[in-house]
Design a protein around this ligand. Structure first.
Ligand code: ATP
Ligand code: MG
Length: 475
């Protein structure tokens, strides 16, 4: 009580006011009494009574006015502080309370200013956190949706909108089943709402794009009284495709290895178990074993080559190469091969050919795979051609033959691994079905293009266009 300065201030003000009014009243009464005795009234004209009432009213008015001023002085800082507190509540922290006096009102102003600073810093932290969260959500590649226990969407990021082709969502109002038309997803969400257990599953969506999604659902507490479900979607379409390709590749490799190995095993067993074999038969069996061994060797070489080209760690150096000598060298080498099959091989290349940003080893691999095919799939006395010409800012390589040709429906698939138009025939010729996959990889590394023209019974033309210069990718 003693320390309460404001109390004492108000108390003394009122005591002074009260004393003053009492003093005035006392003075008035004494004046009236004195006047009465010194000058007794002869008749009552009522003027004294009126004067007394007037004086009392005057004293009352003065007391009221003085009281009003005193109350106003003492309460005005409180009104100012109330305004400032209201501003703080609305998020306006620009005004501060004035600390005009050293009493409790001053302490209150100080306290409200401290609360303001604290509130402002907390509001800023919340705002920063929200901005951070918004930025993360907006730029996240994984799609995120949260729903409440009534299945209303409470949060959705851009990736989720794109993934499900959603234009607009009214948060806390639109239902999940309204915006995402996927039976399995809605059933899963309902199940998690009921069981409150975390779950991972896969769903397929048909539109806007056919996709396979991995979905992780977990119950969350959004705020003190709100519970909901967090759903994170991860696009695994490419991953699954890759997994399937890899599985298919392993199955194909195993199959391709097993066939020649089974043959080799069979012939070796025959040779070992039969001492009375004729010399010619032994020679024939050994030749077959040799053929299958070569096939195995080719297969392993091609698989290694493909995995080398596939490997992301591999740094393939491309540099400006004068392709003229390289092509000449390939030409003379293949002229001999063609001669063995009575085929003619023609080269059409201008004297000056611009340098191509490539790698001699890759260019050789590319052309030899195409020339091998041309020779392999062209009967005796056929014609093989290699044409090299600059076109715009590229160089075009054309490998043509007058061979068996490729049926139109097979053309889109011949670049797939192990794909062969006639597997038995290709195998017989020692083919693995990997040659054109290697070609496709090499062309891809050069950001070039492949075109195939073919007519069954007339021949084929493989057109490869490689840019003279690679556009530099930003690091
Ligand atoms: N010039 C061509 N004429 C006709 N068919 C062709 C020609 N080039 C490719 N093909 C067809 O495309 C298939 C795939 O060719 P690819 O070079 O990938 O395999 P391959 O020649 O069978 O085996 P290898 O791995 O030894 O090259 C071949 O099996 C063949 O059926
Ligand atoms: Mg081939």
């Amino acid at each position: 009580m003693v320390k309460n300065k404001l109390f004492w201030k108000i108390f003394t003000s009122f005591a002074a006011l009260f004393s003053l009014s009492l003093a005035c009243l006392g003075y008035l009464v004494s004046t009236v009494i004195k006047g009465y005795y010194s000058n007794p009234p002869l008749g009552n004209d009522g003027s004294d009574g009126k004067r007394i009432i007037f004086s009392i009213l005057l004293i009352f008015a003065i007391t009221m006015a003085a009281g009003f001023v005193i109350v106003k002085i003492h309460t005005s800082p409180l009104v100012a502080i109330t305004h400032i507190a209201q501003n703080f509540a609305q998020g306006n922290f620009t005004r501060k309370a004035e600390r005009a006096s050293s009493d409790e009102m001053g302490d209150l102003a100080k306290a409200i200013n401290t609360i303001g600073i604290e509130l402002q810093s907390r509001t800023q932290t919340i705002l920063d956190d929200k901005n951070k969260l918004d930025a993360i959500m907006a730029h996240m590649s994984d799609a995120i949706i949260t729903i409440d226990m009534e299945e209303r969407i409470t949060l959705i990021n851009n990736a989720a909108k794109t993934m499900f082709g959603i234009q607009k969502v009214v948060l806390d109002k639109d239902y999940l089943w309204e915006k995402v038309r996927n039976e399995k997803l809605c059933t899963l969400a309902r199940e998690i709402i009921k069981t409150q257990a975390t779950r991972t599953s896969e769903i397929e969506i048909a539109s806007p794009e056919k996709k396979l999604l991995q979905i992780h659902l977990s119950p969350i507490q959004i705020d003190k009284n709100t519970y909901g479900i967090l759903m994170v979607f991860h696009d695994i379409t490419e991953l699954r495709k890759l997994e399937n390709t890899r599985k298919e590749f392993v199955a194909n490799v195993s199959h391709e290895l097993r066939t020649p190995l089974a043959s080799i095993k069979g012939y070796v067993e025959t040779l070992l178990g039969n001492n009375a074999l004729r010399y010619e038969d032994t020679q024939e069996f050994l030749a077959i074993i040799m053929k299958h061994t070569r096939r195995l060797d080719n297969l392993i070489k091609d698989i290694l080559e493909l995995s080398r080209l596939d490997s992301h760690d591999l740094k393939i150096e491309l540099h400006a190469l004068d392709i003229h000598p390289c092509i000449k060298n390939i030409f003379s080498q293949y002229q001999e091969h063609c001669a063995g099959k009575n085929q003619t091989f023609e080269l059409d290349m201008p004297h000056h050919i611009p340098a191509v940003e490539t790698n001699e080893y890759l260019l050789r691999q590319l052309l030899t795979n195409l020339l091998d095919n041309a020779i392999k799939y062209t009967p005796k006395n056929g014609k093989i051609g290699l044409k090299v010409e600059p076109i715009n800012k590229s160089v075009r390589f054309e490998v043509s033959d007058t061979g068996i040709g490729i049926p139109q429906e097979h053309i889109p698939r011949i670049f797939e691994r192990f794909y062969r138009v006639d597997p038995a025939r290709s195998r017989e010729m020692g083919g693995t079905g990997l040659g054109l996959s290697i070609v496709k990889h090499i062309v891809g590394l050069h950001h070039g293009q492949i075109k195939v023209e073919s007519k069954v019974g007339s021949g084929s033309r493989f057109l490869i266009t490689l840019p003279q210069q690679q556009t530099k990718q930003p690091v």
